[in-house]
Design a binder for this molecule. Structure first.
Ligand code: NAD
Length: 257
């Protein structure tokens, strides 16, 4: 749990800031029942072999990996998950006019479900609710493809061209969407306060948003249970439960008089 004085200080900084940019990772969604990758109960911490399912090169080359990936999508907790108080606090920050941009590495769509608007949210790793064909670029709802998997197609091909289908997310080894990553890094440069939430800051290039914002003069606040490589350039660190501490730092101070 973070000391109350640090929570108050960060709440003051947010109240005074004009362009808050938030960078979220898997840790903001663990309290919605979606495990992270690298935390103590993370998917890869518990089963290092699962890392292959998130690697684009294996996905393209190995039908067994694709079949395993489709099976794991069937049970992906993102499909039944609901936003938690951490997501809702960030939606409230936007309603108050404080949020310049919300950059997320998450693919679960929970920030949009919580009420943040599409124009403010940069989903730099895509969204699992959509499927894409890697050959012809067809896109459509993930649930219609999952229905085919449930009906017995263990590696369903694209109905338009026969190509390989995948969730419309960016796997490791896959190219980012330039317009999305450029927009996110521009927002980081424009921030006067950058708040990172629930990310180990080990995935690049997006982790560079921290030094980029710092060099452009922003305050840096890191909210994460575990230490990160950027802690030494942070103005404050919060290490308590995100779903408890994020609503506290995002809460508006009562109006005077
Ligand atoms: P990560 O797994 O590397 O790090 C998550 C961090 O959050 C850990 O350091 C952990 O200690 C911390 N954390 C977890 N729950 C917390 C809580 N309740 N309170 C405080 N801290 C908490 O995650 P990352 O940095 O986002 O990178 C992983 C990659 O995996 C991302 O690219 C993302 O696309 C993907 N991913 C997404 C989801 C999702 O969409 N919900 C889930 C797993 C992985």
């Amino acid at each position: 749990m973070s000391p109350p004085a640090v929570i108050t200080k960060v709440r003051d900084w947010i109240a005074a800031a004009r362009r808050v940019v938030v960078l979220t990772g898997a840790g903001v969604s663990t309290d919605s029942g979606i495990p992270d990758f690298r935390g103590p109960n993370g998917v890869w911490t518990r089963n290092p072999a699962a890392e292959k399912l998130s690697d684009f090169r294996y996905y393209l080359a190995d039908p067994d990996i694709r079949r395993a990936a489709w099976q794991s999508r069937l049970d992906h907790p993102a499909f039944g998950a609901k936003p938690n108080p951490g997501h809702r606090a960030l939606a409230e920050l936007e309603r108050r006019g404080k949020l310049h941009a919300l950059i997320t590495q998450n693919i679960d769509g929970l920030h949009l479900q919580a009420g943040n608007s599409k124009v403010r949210v940069f989903e730099v790793h895509g969204n699992v609710h959509q499927a894409v064909c890697l050959s012809c670029g067809w896109k459509g709802p993930m649930q219609t493809v999952l229905d085919r998997v449930r009906a017995g197609e263990d590696d369903p091909p694209c109905k338009e061209c026969g190509g390989i289908l995948k969730s419309d997310t960016i796997s490791f080894g896959q190219q980012l969407v330039p317009a999305v990553i450029d927009g996110a890094m521009r927002a980081a440069r424009e921030a006067d306060l950058l708040l990172t939430v629930g990310t180990s800051l080990r995935v690049f290039p997006i982790a560079n948003a921290v030094p980029v914002a710092r060099d452009a003069g922003a305050r840096i606040v890191i909210m994460n249970a575990e230490a990160t490589q950027f802690d030494d350039i942070a103005d404050a660190r919060l290490d308590g439960l995100i779903s408890e501490e994020l609503p506290q730092v995002c809460a508006a101070w009562p109006k005077r008089g």
